[in-house]
Design a protein. Structure first.
Length: 76
């Protein structure tokens, strides 16, 4: 069993990559793929996750933390 944070999608029109980027406040190269590996069947739900979808966010590895890319907002 993989340890990590269990997440439940509570809003409409949320995609996995958007959720991860907002949660971590940065883009983590390769992390989306790792989340999909840890949660079989998650990709089959489609691009927009249904409300109530539950999945595990595995902890970041030291390599992923070092590879973080800051998200720049053009308008705030």
């Amino acid at each position: 069993m993989t340890t990590g944070e269990i997440v439940t999608i509570r809003g409409e029109a949320i995609t996995l990559d958007r959720y991860i980027t907002r949660k971590l406040r940065s883009y983590q190269p390769g992390y989306l793929e790792r989340v999909l590996d840890v949660n079989p069947g998650l990709a089959a739900l489609g691009v927009v996750l249904p409300v109530g979808t539950r999945f595990v966010l595995p902890p970041l590895t030291p390599q992923e933390m070092d590879a973080a890319i800051e998200v720049v907002k053009l308008w705030e």
